[in-house]
Write a protein that binds this ligand. Structure first.
Ligand SMILES: Cc1cc2nc3c(=O)[nH]c(=O)nc-3n(C[C@H](O)[C@H](O)[C@H](O)COP(=O)(O)OP(=O)(O)OC[C@H]3O[C@@H](n4cnc5c(N)ncnc54)[C@H](O)[C@@H]3O)c2cc1C
Length: 276
């Protein structure tokens, strides 16, 4: 049997703090965290949240074989099984082992439109238990940022939901690499320091869906580009269409991922088969 590159982890909250008004950083600890790995700057993980009234999420019993974890999770009663969402490993710390996840909470105050993950993050307290599906090997299929050797400059476009991945990407780039970054926020108060050795120009935008227009009006560097785009699905598609259709980017050098869809919950995307 092929070994799965993923494993379920039981973790609990160590700390939860506001990084900015609408970004909550949560540090998790757990007995198996030494086995957890991260392979990419935009390493995705699944989190499983308890329903109201549950102390811990109900997780599928895969008896050590996580290859068919999704089928096992789908077979559980949706009213009882852990609520699944996708997040990014912001950092995997050692000595002591801590998993850091940054939750964008779509505005500083609770709202009736908040989904379960957003509500959970707003009220996360030390000791709160969740499940995580994460890699145990650095080589795993759950990341997209893979610029080829011949890349001469980078274009990054994101919103708050993909800001953790952008921060990770920028943090690891080589000195002097030209990078153009566009980030949409609801509020400039959510800007973060984005340490990097690269030659990065960061543009912060505050109007939803305006990144395609901003990029359309930009002077872009010469040379071979690689683009990484993530955030609201329609915005991501519009940016990709512009880069490939109007700017002549090689489509194989445009990594793109819809992190959420306006007016649609993750559960609706899962039910329709558009997200796993
Ligand atoms: C690969 C990947 C990595 C991701 N990494 C992160 C991460 O590190 N940090 C992070 O915060 N998010 C991340 N996301 C996005 C996150 O999974 C979604 O925002 C998710 O919908 C949040 O779940 P929820 O329960 O709060 O809302 P849901 O129940 O899924 O949706 C409820 C409502 O909120 C709306 N909504 C969802 N997200 C947003 C948003 N960002 N802004 C405004 N409205 C929204 C939906 O359209 C819906 O109307 C990632 C997504 C993917 C696919």
């Amino acid at each position: 049997m092929t070994a799965s590159p993923y494993q379920f982890f039981d973790v609990e909250v160590l700390r939860a703090e506001h990084l900015t008004p609408a970004m909550i950083r949560v540090a998790f600890a757990g007995p198996d965290l030494p086995r957890m790995a991260t392979g990419g700057r935009d390493q995705r993980i699944k989190i499983f949240l308890p329903h109201p009234g549950q102390d811990a999420p109900v997780m599928p019993d895969t008896s050590g074989n996580t290859l068919d974890w999704y089928a096992a999770w789908c077979a559980l009663d949706p009213a009882v099984r852990g609520i699944m969402r996708t997040y990014t490993t912001r950092e995997l710390r050692r000595d002591p082992d801590e998993l850091i996840v940054d939750f964008a909470v779509h505005g500083p105050a609770p709202s009736p439109a908040d989904g379960p993950a957003t509500s959970w993050a707003r009220t996360a307290r030390p000791g709160a238990r969740i499940g995580v599906l994460a890699p145990v090997h650095e080589e795993n299929g759950a990341y997209d940022f893979c610029p080829p050797q011949d890349t001469e400059w980078l274009l990054l476009a994101a919103d708050e939901s993909a800001l953790p991945a952008v921060a990770n990407i920028l943090d690891t780039l080589p000195p002097g690499l030209p990078v153009r970054v566009w980030i949409e926020l609801h509020d400039l108060a959510d800007r973060q320091d984005l340490p990097t050795k690269a030659d990065a120009q960061v543009h912060w935008l505050t109007q939803e869906g305006t990144t395609p227009e901003a990029i359309r009006g930009a002077d872009l560097p010469d040379g071979v580009p690689y683009a990484w785009i993530a955030g609201e699905s329609a915005t991501v598609k519009a940016i990709r269409r512009h880069l490939v259709g109007e700017r002549g980017f090689d489509r194989k050098k445009v990594a793109f991922s819809g992190y959420w869809r306006r007016g649609t919950t993750t559960d609706q995307l899962i039910d329709s088969g558009e997200s796993a």
